[in-house]
Write a protein that binds this ligand. Structure first.
Ligand SMILES: [Zn+2]
Length: 326
């Protein structure tokens, strides 16, 4: 190779490195976006700034900000408080892109002795969208979290679809049911932790997508085939994790119908097409557990056509321990 050949090779390598750098972890980057919009300075900008500018009506000076200003003014985050003024009080975040569909609900913090399911709920609440609507209840069960036990009054995951005049946990479940009906949500993901891995004794369901039937008998939707699609993407991302991975961290499916659980009841009587529980192994470092939950969530979202604006930033924050510090 001549001197000029080396220069071309060097330029090509630099360009490839830049492209890889910008797309790493960011499978949701809008491909139509001009490359110039992906300068590091602009991607470093906290999304909160973008949204506060949008709310106050101040147009940003960069192309990126101007392009992101929603024409309808509905993009952004709404917080609602459920069971306000009670010990069970908890937040629901509605994260809206410029286009409302698809819609998905995430339930974090179902069981009080599964801390990563709370941390992951917090992380999911920080995602920001260009397309789709994500409903996130980061901590479904605050009372159980305070107690540090699986149950609060009882097991909230045996109280679905809830009861508007029942105990506080039944009322909370009913709020979830009502939200799904009012908003027409067809997809639900719940975060959980298990004691061990599915692939080694004593065979706990860690690293599985957990659901109730191969085919949802109420909607006819193929749960196992959808789960396998999600897992293909998820496992490819786990295998490409620059922090490394172990074979037993790869996900598989786990089918077990549990009446009165969120996934079962929300498909049975509430009209949800696809509901999965994401079980990660508790015997793993904190940040990995949160990353697995969020990698499962965003793999599914990507499959359904959501466009996430800030996955790379949320991912960085996961690894830096932002969500697992409390
Ligand atoms: Zn659980």
């Amino acid at each position: 190779m001549g001197k000029r050949g080396y220069i071309y090779a060097l330029l090509a390598a630099l360009l490839a490195g830049m492209l890889l750098g910008f797309t790493f972890g960011g499978v949701f980057i809008d491909e139509k976006k001009p490359a110039s919009a992906e300068t590091p300075e602009k991607t470093e900008q906290p999304p909160e700034d973008l949204y506060s500018r949008q709310r106050s009506g101040q147009a940003g000076s960069s192309d990126r900000l101007e392009r992101e200003l929603p024409s309808s003014g509905v993009s952004g985050v709404e917080e609602r408080v459920l069971l306000e003024g009670t010990q069970w009080e908890t937040s629901l975040f509605i994260i809206r892109g410029e286009q409302p569909d698809p819609k998905m609900l995430v339930l974090g913090g179902v069981h009080g002795d599964e801390p990563a399911a709370y941390w992951s709920g917090d992380a999911a609440g920080k995602l920001r969208l260009r397309k789709g609507t994500l409903y996130v209840i980061p901590h479904l069960n605050e009372v159980a979290r305070m107690k540090g036990t699986r149950e609060g009054l009882g097991d909230i995951n045996r109280k679905f679809p809830g009861n508007p005049s029942g105990d506080p946990e039944q009322r909370l479940c009913w709020e979830v049911t009502k939200l799904i009906r009012e908003e027409g949500i067809k997809m639900v993901l719940t975060f959980h932790e298990a004691l061990g891995f599915h692939s080694e004794p004593p065979y706990h369901p860690g690293q599985t997508l957990y659901y109730d039937w191969d085919v949802n008998p109420y909607a006819g939707t193929p749960l196992t085939s959808k789960a396998n699609q999600i897992i293909r993407t998820l496992n490819a991302r786990i295998a490409a994790n620059p922090r490394g991975y172990r074979e037993k961290e790869l996900f598989t499916t786990h089918v077990d119908p549990i009446p009165t659980s969120a996934t079962y009841e929300l498909m049975r009587g509430v009209g949800v097409d696809y509901a999965f529980g994401c079980e990660v192994c508790k015997n793993n470092e904190r940040e990995r557990r949160v990353w697995f939950h969020l990698a499962a969530l965003t793999s599914w979202m990507e499959l359904e056509g959501f466009v996430i604006e800030n996955w790379a930033e949320v991912e960085r924050n996961i690894w830096s321990g932002l969500y697992t510090a409390i």
